[in-house]
Write a protein of this length. Sequence first.
Length: 282
Amino acid sequence: MFKDNFMFGAVMVNEEICRNFLEMAVGIPIEKVEISKEKSMIYHPEYRGIRLDIIARDEKSTHYNVEMQVAKKSHLGKRARYYHSQMDMELLLTGEDYTLLPASYVIFICDFDPFDKKRYRYIFQNVCRETGLSMADGSTTIFLSTCGENEAEVPENLIKFLKFVKADLTDSTRDYQDDFIRKIQESIAKIKGSREMEEKFMLLEELLRDERAEGEAKGLAMGKTKGKAESVLLLLEDLGPVPDELRKAILEEQDMDILSKYLKLAAHAGSIAYFMDGINHI
């Protein structure tokens, strides 16, 4: 299903699909979108685990962070604040003056009603409580909910999309009479038919299980580390020849936490060089 974390990310890295979605969610025309693939669907130690979201920017340098939320979580507002700050900090670290910061959007697609007001879309911007004046800081947070009931106040295509997100496996394949949803369905079918994507999906499922695991029995540790190391090498070998020094370092690593991070990094790496650069930050 589209709301599955891996499938959502795999579909949304398609720049045309992402652009169509952002236009619909934000309500403004967007000429072009560029996906930051090195920052989407990745493992970041500082985020405490798997981060499956989409980082994009448009032709006006407006930045977007899109995340699927299937289970209801507390503190989504603070999560949005954190994402906004991360986007701003990355821009400032490149030397940009804060006065030149572009607009930024954090968008959550929620398979629940985050505020229990039965709305399909909640848009938050910084405004003055006394006067209603906008701070005009360029930051916007949008929550899309599959549980809305205010059809008359929301574009029809957004409602169809959210119904598609909410659909179960059978209902997600029906004809929604919508070109955008048809593009998503075609993309899902293509991804499911890809052997490489199927393998990465299975690996990611393993990684998510690892995230939830509290620990492993010490008596099985040695066998598990060897198996984990071999899994890392199996993924890397699909990318090209693995340098002997790198192979030796992976096989000799005994820390399960580090090997899990290696496996997560290898699952999304596009090259051996990318993986080697990534392990320097673990």
